[in-house]
Design a protein around this ligand. Sequence first.
Ligand SMILES: Nc1ncnc2c1ncn2[C@@H]1O[C@H](COP(=O)(O)OP(=O)(O)O)[C@@H](O)[C@H]1O
Ligand SMILES: [Mg+2]
Length: 371
Amino acid sequence: MKMKIFSFFSFSKCFSFSSSEVTAEDAGRGEQILKNIIDAFSYHELKIATNGFCSSNKIGEGGFGSVYKGKLQDGSVVAVKVLSVESKQGDREFMSEIASMANSSHENLVRLRGGCVDGPFRILVYDYMENNSLFQTVLGEEKSRAKFNWIRRREVALGIARALAHIHEEIKPHIVHRDIKASNILLDHNFNPKISDFGLSKLFPDNVTHITTCVAGTLGYLAPEYAVTGHLTRKADVYSFGVLLLEIICGRTSIDFDIKIGEYYLVEKAWQMYNSNELLHLVDPVLNGVLFEKEATRLLKVGLLCVQEKPNIRPRMSTAIEMMKGEINIDDVQISRPGLITDIMHLKVGQKRRSSRSMMTRKRSSQLYAL
Ligand SMILES: Nc1ncnc2c1ncn2[C@@H]1O[C@H](COP(=O)(O)OP(=O)(O)O)[C@@H](O)[C@H]1O
Ligand SMILES: [Mg+2]
């Protein structure tokens, strides 16, 4: 049952909020924020919403835990993420962190509605996104890719870029997403793209990476300097965005398979095609058009620029947007060889430097061997 709470800790360990009630100034002032909290979810309520966290309601499992589809008492449909990874914060910090996540609202970020801390349980409640992720759609079978015409792809790419520019450049302190990939871009009922798992990495100890190992393609999104040294900056997100941009236009995953050449990296392929002036051959054949060739070439070049080996050559997200829109002429910008992690030797170096890595990271490394 929902209830109003004003003094959080004296009442309950469950909470929810609407971002409009928390100002930017409040973010970070843990307890202060909690005084503004209303409409608490209880564990019991979420249990009812998900039919007892029933397996038939389960919609997925990721690096942080299981996700269930649920229906709240007010009839709204939500995605309930039951976190399985131990958080680094106490209840109070955990909640103030989440409050600041909810405060960072943007039309291209999945809205965090609230959550619940109850005993060992830490649960996040998000708006439910009806149309799956880019992974299942734009990178899926021909039939589903065909539903994304050029204009829609361009708008999807720009929407993602805008949300990233927002968390990188408009929020103080800025936030690095760390896990930009096709399966973290969800589509709402109108097929608007929404970045999910935003801010989540901040909840967990640095030695627990949430970069999942189950999709081998995840490797294809990793900025080399992040994979090798663990050094994380906004430019690591820019790198992942570049890979995603190439994927959206080409309709192929970052690590793809071709009957003639076998497994290949999209970034590498794009670099080859750029050098031989054949970039357009990479555009998803289901798009089947000539009208947008100039724009497609431009976006592919922006993709390549975002995956440059040297992080400082990669554009900031706001600059990438200007380039995508043609407001900055990309033809004047020199594009060099992109960076790419394809061999385990690089990662061995990184592993040595990051001595206290968790099981999840070790799992990731062994995944790398398989590639
Ligand atoms: N808000 C949401 N609405 C609909 N589906 C979601 C939502 N959040 C996550 N999912 C789905 O749940 C699955 C697992 O998500 P997640 O735990 O974030 O793992 P990952 O990001 O590694 O794919 C994904 O397939 C995703 O599509
Ligand atoms: Mg996710």
